[in-house]
Design a protein around this ligand. Structure first.
Ligand SMILES: Cc1ncc(C[n+]2csc(CCOP(=O)(O)OP(=O)(O)O)c2C)c(N)n1
Length: 318
C-alpha cells in the first residue's frame, strides 16, 4: 500500500515538474482495496485491473520498475512503451492487459473463466461504476452464473464516475443492489480496510476455485484526488467531504492497527517507509533513464505470437 501511494507521489511530482506521465489516474485512497484484492489471488490466476490499481498489480507480483516504465511509457514497461499504464501486460502473472472501452472486460473475463475452470484457476475482474452500468456486465453475469464460472466480479465503488455520484448512476441506489436478485453471492466490503478486503476476496477466490461459481463483491472506498490531473473536483464535491475520507485513509487505518497492536513499532513503520522510498526512487530513476520505444517497433506485439503464453505455470492456453 505504501509503494502504491509512493507511485502516486512520484507521478504527481513528475507532472508538476513538467514530465509527461501519460494517462495517469490517481489511486490515492484506494490502496487497501487494490492490494487486498491482488493478494487474494495466486500467481497463475487471471487478473484484469483498472487504471488506478497500482497496488493490485504489485500484489500480483509485477515489478515496481516495470510499472514505473509503463507509467513513463518506456521500453522497460510491461507493454514495452507501447501501451503504458492503461495496458500493463504480464503473461507470467496472469495479467492479460486492459483496454479503455468500458464494458469490454466482462466478455473477456467470462472467456478467461471458461479456460480457468479447466485448470482450477480463477479470474479477478475489477471495474468502476461507469463500467458497471454497461450492458455487457449483465450478459457476462448471466453466462458466468449459468456455467458456474470462476469469476470474481469486484465493483470498485470509489464514489464517483468522473463527476457523477454512484447513487445517481444505479437504479438500486448503489452497485451491489443491482445484483442481489442474481443467483450468486453478493457482498459489500469496507474497501478502506485491507484485512476486510483480503478476507472477503480470499473467501470468494476459494469458493470460485472449488467450482461453486462466480461471486460479486462491492468494495466501498473513495477517490481522494480529482479524476485526472486538471479535473476541477470543486464542481462536484466539497473539501469537507474529501477531508472526512482523508481521516479514513486506508494506510493510516493500517498503520494504526499495526502499531497499536504491537505487531510493529512506529520505528519499524518508519524504517519500512524509508526502504520503500529507496525502492521507489530507484525504480523511477531507472525508468526516467530508460528509452522510449523506437518507431521501428511500432508494429510489434500487435498480434498473438505462438508461444507467448506457453511459459505460464498452470498451463498455457494457446
Ligand atoms: C465506453 C466508454 N465510454 C466512456 C469512456 C470514457 N471514460 C473514461 S474514464 C470514465 C469514468 C470512469 O469512472 P469509473 O468507472 O467509476 O472509474 P473511476 O475513474 O471512478 O475509477 C469514462 C466515462 C470509456 N473509457 N469507455
Amino acid at each position: 500500500m505504501l509503494t502504491s501511494r509512493g507511485i502516486d507521489d512520484r507521478c504527481q511530482r513528475l507532472l508538476a515538474s513538467g514530465v509527461r506521465v501519460p494517462n495517469y489516474h490517481s489511486g490515492v485512497g484506494q490502496e487497501a482495496m487494490s492490494v487486498g484484492v491482488g493478494l487474494s489471488a495466486q500467481s497463475n490466476d487471471y487478473l484484469l485491473f483498472t487504471y488506478r490499481d497500482f497496488g493490485m498489480l504489485l500484489a500480483k507480483g509485477i515489478d515496481l520498475s516495470v510499472l514505473a516504465g509503463d507509467l513513463l511509457l518506456r521500453t522497460s514497461g510491461g507493454s514495452h512503451g507501447h501501451g503504458g499504464i492503461m495496458h500493463v501486460v504480464s503473461a507470467d502473472h496472469g495479467v492479460v492487459g486492459r483496454n479503455s472501452i468500458f464494458g469490454s472486460r466482462f466478455g473477456i473475463a467470462v472467456g478467461l473463466g471458461l479456460a480457468a475452470a479447466r485448470e482450477q484457476q480463477v479470474v479477478i475482474c475489477p471495474f468502476g461504476e461507469a463500467e458497471g452500468t454497461r450492458g455487457p456486465l449483465y450478459e457476462a453475469l448471466n453466462l458466468a452464473c449459468l456455467l458456474q464460472l470462476p469469476v470474481i466480479f469486484v465493483a470498485e465503488n470509489n464514489g464517483f464516475s468522473i463527476s457523477s455520484r454512484t447513487e445517481r448512476l444505479y437504479a438500486a441506489g448503489g452497485m451491489s443492489g443491482m445484483f442481489r436478485a442474481a443467483p450468486l453471492p453478493v457482498a459489500v466490503v469496507d474497501g478502506n480496510d485491507v484485512a476486510a478486503v483480503y478476507h472477503a476476496c480470499a473467501a470468494a477466490v476459494e469458493f470460485a476455485r472449488a467450482g461453486l461459481g462466480p461471486v460479486f463483491l462491492e468494495m466501498k472506498t473513495y477517490r481522494i484526488d480529482p479524476h485526472i490531473p486538471g479535473d476541477d473536483d470543486s464542481r462536484y464535491r466539497s473539501p469537507e467531504e474529501v477531508e472526512v475520507w482523508r481521516q479514513r485513509d486506508p494506510i493510516g487505518v493500517c498503520e494504526r492497527r499495526i502499531t497499536q497492536s504491537g505487531f510493529a513499532s512506529p520505528v519499524d513503520w518508519a524504517e519500512l517507509k524509508a526502504g520503500i522510498d529507496t525502492d521507489l526512487d530507484k525504480a523511477f530513476d531507472g525508468a526516467l533513464h530508460s528509452r522510449g520505444p523506437d518507431i521501428a517497433s511500432l508494429y510489434e506485439h500487435l498480434y498473438y505470437q505462438k508461444g507467448m503464453w506457453s511459459n505460464r505455470s498452470g498451463g498455457g492456453h494457446e
